[in-house]
Design a protein around this ligand. Structure first.
Ligand code: ZN
Length: 68
């Protein structure tokens, strides 16, 4: 996901200068900042990911269907 919150409640968008850890707005679980190269190799996409095997039933883990 792109949006998370900090312990003080501030919303934070995944980006290069974001902290390495944040909190899931859906389940209050720990999120880690990850990055992934896109099809264009020069562009790096940042996103928040739950720590492994935590919060398997969190809504934010799944992409909403029919989004487009
Ligand atoms: Zn979550």
């Amino acid at each position: 996901m792109k949006e998370a919150i900090l312990p003080d409640g501030t919303a934070i968008t995944a980006a290069e200068d974001a902290p390495s850890e944040a909190i899931c707005p859906q389940c209050s679980g720990v999120l880690l900042l990850r990055q992934r190269r896109t099809m264009k190799k020069s562009v790096v996409a940042f996103y928040w990911r739950h720590t492994s095997n935590q919060n398997l039933n969190c809504k934010a883990r799944r992409r909403p269907t029919g989004g487009r």
